[in-house]
Design a protein around this ligand. Structure first.
Ligand code: SF4
Ligand code: SF4
Length: 348
């Protein structure tokens, strides 16, 4: 057995669903694609995507001795079918139904790297990345054959679909790289364009080109300010994130239930949030207590309530009017106040 296979097998034994190896050589082709995407302004306000840019395709900037990149995939599909939208509730993107993957996966990877010296027969230098360092992880996952890049811009595994978390370990081990077996002249999506057609805000402006300025995930999670008026109707009933472009993908039709209990809906916020309950959260402290350990914390209390206001207006959910009135009278929180005033107009 090659060292690379021994390393990957030990990862499977620890519960990782997929693992692949690519060399840590810098990615020149992807540098060009990235520059093109950025020059079109599609990064919008995603400042972390632009910051520290030169390090994104040079693993040695993160671990000077890096020879290989091991990419892991963790399936987070809960198995539950998405229910229809219902009045008075906001929908949550699947990845956020359970616990925050950053901590959960990092703990497992830290345990896993402890076994590497035993497999390699020497000390091993490593750097763990769980969405925690500037690396073009999708490009390394693709290079190592984990899957192809769909028109929705995501890595799609033919075994697991796209409901997967990616994470990496950079190492000084020189491992045999996996070879990407796809015919690169063919589009693995074929003639399908479901994700592009069904995106409610037309954020997929061309195959594999996401304009973050139009994406509901950006506006409901990353954006910490106003949601522009023209974006609000398209947000529909999404209170945190959006994953329509994955739900409609035929490659996700055969997704299997995750073995990671932390990512099942019972472990976190679940697929729906009650709008009245969200609007009534009285303080940041209460918010942090309620959503401790989940990805929902990322939007902060005011962000989640801002989203709930937009969803209530989109649903014409008149039962929210009393709470909206209270919020609209509070000058201490001008962001929520302005959204609440707008929502009350929509309701009337
Ligand atoms: S996450 Fe939603 S808004 Fe963003 S590209 Fe996918 S379908 Fe469109
Ligand atoms: S929905 Fe169709 S076009 Fe979009 S990523 Fe999936 S297979 Fe490709």
């Amino acid at each position: 057995m090659t060292l690379a296979n021994a390393v990957k097998n030990s990862a499977y034994a620890m519960g990782f669903d997929l693992a692949c190896v690519s060399s840590a050589l810098p990615l020149e082709k992807d540098r060009e694609r990235y520059a093109d995407w950025k020059s079109k302004g599609h990064a919008g306000e995603l400042k972390y995507m632009v910051r520290e840019e030169p390090r994104r395709w040079v693993p040695q900037d993160l671990l000077p001795e890096a020879k290989s990149v091991i990419t892991f995939a963790v399936n987070f599909f809960s198995g539950a079918k998405r229910m229809e939208p219902k009045r008075g509730y906001g929908r949550v993107a699947r990845y956020a139904w359970g616990k925050d993957y950053h901590e959960v996966i990092k703990i497992r990877l830290e345990e896993w790297v402890k076994g590497l010296p035993g497999i390699a027969g020497r000390e091993v230098k490593t750097k763990i990345l769980v969405d925690s360092g500037p690396l073009l992880e999708r490009a390394f996952a693709h290079k190592g054959g984990m899957g192809f890049v769909g028109k929705n811009t995501l890595i799609i595994s033919k075994k697991l679909g796209s409901f997967i978390f990616l994470c990496e370990v950079l190492t000084d081990l020189e491992l045999e790289a996996d070879v990407f077996m796809e015919d690169e002249t063919k589009d693995a999506c074929g003639s399908c364009k479901e994700c592009m057609a069904d995106c409610p805000t037309n954020a997929l402006v061309a195959p594999r080109q996401l304009d973050a300025r139009k994406c509901i995930s950006f506006w409901t999670i990353e954006n910490k300010g106003e949601i522009p008026l023209e974006m609000r109707p398209g947000i529909g009933d999404w209170i945190f994130g959006c994953d329509i472009c994955q739900e409609v993908c035929p490659y996700n039709g055969l997704s299997k239930q995750s073995q990671w209990k932390d990512f099942l809906p019972e472990a976190g916020a679940g697929p729906y949030m009650n709008l009245l309950e969200v609007l009534a959260i009285p303080s940041d402290e209460e918010f942090r207590k309620r959503f401790a350990g989940t990805p929902i914390l990322r939007s902060k209390r005011f962000g989640l309530q801002r989203n709930a206001i937009v969803v209530a207006a989109n649903q014409k959910f008149a039962e929210a009017a009393p709470l909206l009135k209270t919020i609209s009278l509070n000058p201490q929180e001008p962001l929520l106040q302005s959204h609440a005033l707008w929502a009350l107009q929509q309701l009337s």
